[in-house]
Design a protein around this ligand. Structure first.
Ligand SMILES: Cc1cc2nc3c(=O)[nH]c(=O)nc-3n(C[C@H](O)[C@H](O)[C@H](O)COP(=O)(O)OP(=O)(O)OC[C@H]3O[C@@H](n4cnc5c(N)ncnc54)[C@H](O)[C@@H]3O)c2cc1C
Length: 419
């Protein structure tokens, strides 16, 4: 087996944190470095379109402070040299590695620069995006236009209605999410939004935004112009792979990997989470990229268990990284299909649920923790276990925020601004 002393994770979010935790759980004692573009320790994104906008600051994703790791936070990887086994950071610094984990996720699609440069136009991917949006919402917009009837657009529209804000939801499809989920569900969603007071404008595209400095209206392809003094763009995401251009990795709507999540042709590089595209056993080994919390949460700890190929032929899985035994997970551990989160999206792919004997334990410990929080006696969060996905989702919502707490060595502390 190749000796690994320096493991680098690029992308310090959910999948990156889970990969790093797993490495330590499985006994890796060498250097571990996490590089993250955002100025925050890993946090949970699902609350950003929901509870955070209504005033609940909890986006906790416990565990960062228990990792013995070097955090290069607020730093972008801009290049990868696989021959020299080094990553280049935005300031030219080189980070050598023996094993590399790519978890750089995805970023939102944008409108044209001329539209995006108007004030009052928001994207929603990061904690900072959500806090900016929350601040803008508290300034009392008269009418918000949400562009895109997908999951983010739909969620944000519902959240805004809960805040009593007037919303127009503009979607190119005949009904929201009719593409991925079919007409029946699309029509149900359309009715749901309409009943909820959302003005739904379907089957039409956005041409451009109007405004003199600040956005004032959305111009549609059918010639209409809808007034709005705040716009939220929810047009889907693109995988963050540009920093890998020229590296020799196979890039095609994500990092292409084998069924064990090893970057094709590279025995010491893996990818996981929103950025990875791999042959999925459930879909007859068709290449898929899944943009869901549960996938990023489960995939990094046990990448190949989600693929039928790895289950069928475990001995084919490479054994070159410290989580090799997870790569060749024996059948006795059961098929580890990702389990959908309980409070967030139910999964949009046909997932099998693992039986979860620990569910009641989770519920019990969760309410105990809430009690501790109320009494101010809450201690450090328990370490993540990958067998308790459903509970973990809720657990994230009940923990204290990792941001602003004492950060691990090398990581800047980031506080929640009071808005
Ligand atoms: C508002 C919102 C709500 C959501 N709600 C749900 C939900 O309810 N249910 C659900 O299942 N999923 C939800 N999701 C999706 C879920 O959050 C993602 O699937 C998950 O975050 C993916 O994790 P990841 O670690 O793969 O990628 P990401 O979370 O995207 O993290 C990638 C990290 O890598 C960093 N990075 C990128 N490029 C570089 C670089 N070159 N150098 C260094 N760092 C880099 C990024 O800044 C980012 O911090 C939601 C997403 C959003 C935005």
């Amino acid at each position: 087996m190749r000796k690994l002393d320096r493991l680098v994770v690029v992308g310090a979010s959910l999948a990156g944190l889970r990969a790093a935790q797993t490495l330590r759980d499985e006994g890796y004692t060498g250097d571990l470095t996490l590089v993250g573009a955002e100025p925050h320790l890993p946090y949970n994104r699902p609350p950003l379109s929901k509870s955070l906008l209504t005033g609940d600051d909890d986006v906790a994703l416990p565990g960062s402070d228990q990792l013995d790791a070097r955090w290069l936070i607020g730093r972008n990887a801009v290049g990868l040299d696989t021959a020299r086994q080094a990553i280049t950071l935005d300031d030219g610094a080189q980070v050598p590695y023996d094993g590399l984990v790519i978890t750089t996720g995805a970023r939102p699609r944008r409108l044209d620069d001329s539209d995006m440069s108007l004030t009052g136009v928001h994207l929603l991917r990061t904690f900072d995006d959500a806090m900016n949006l929350r601040k803008a919402l508290r300034e009392g917009p008269r009418r918000v236009a949400v562009i895109g009837g997908g999951i983010i657009g739909g969620e944000v529209s519902s959240t805004l209605r809960a805040l009593g804000i007037e919303v127009v939801l503009i979607d190119a499809a005949p009904a929201p999410m009719a593409g991925p989920l079919g007409e029946t569900v699309g029509e149900w969603l359309a009715e749901h939004h309409t009943r909820n007071g959302v003005e739904l404008v379907s089957g039409v595209r956005v041409e451009s935004l109007k405004g003199d400095g600040h956005v004032s209206a959305v111009r549609l392809s059918d010639g209409r112009s809808l007034p709005a003094d705040l716009v939220i763009v929810g047009l889907g995401v693109l995988p963050n792979t540009e920093w890998l251009d020229g590296s020799g990795l196979h890039l095609d709507d994500g990092v292409l990997t084998d069924s064990a999540l090893f970057a094709r042709g590279h025995a010491n590089i893996v990818a996981a989470g929103d950025v990875a595209r791999w042959p999925h056993g459930v879909f007859d080994d068709e290449y898929v990229r899944i943009e869901h919390w549960a996938n990023a949460n489960e995939q990094a700890p046990s990448p190949p268990a989600t693929s039928s190929a790895a289950r069928r032929t475990p001995s084919r899985s490479p054994r070159c990284i410290p989580w090799a035994h997870a790569c060749t997970a024996p059948a006795s551990s059961g098929p580890a299909f990702p389990e959908p989160p309980t409070r967030w999206w139910r999964s949009q792919v046909p997932l099998k649920r693992r039986s979860s004997p620990s569910a009641s334990d989770e519920a019990g410990s969760s309410s105990r923790r809430r009690g501790q929080l109320a009494q101010g006696t809450h201690q450090t969060a328990p370490r993540h276990r990958r067998t308790s996905t459903a509970g973990h989702c809720n657990r994230g919502l009940t923990h204290t925020l990792p941001l602003g707490r004492s950060a691990p060595p090398g990581a800047p502390a980031v506080g929640i601004p009071a808005i």
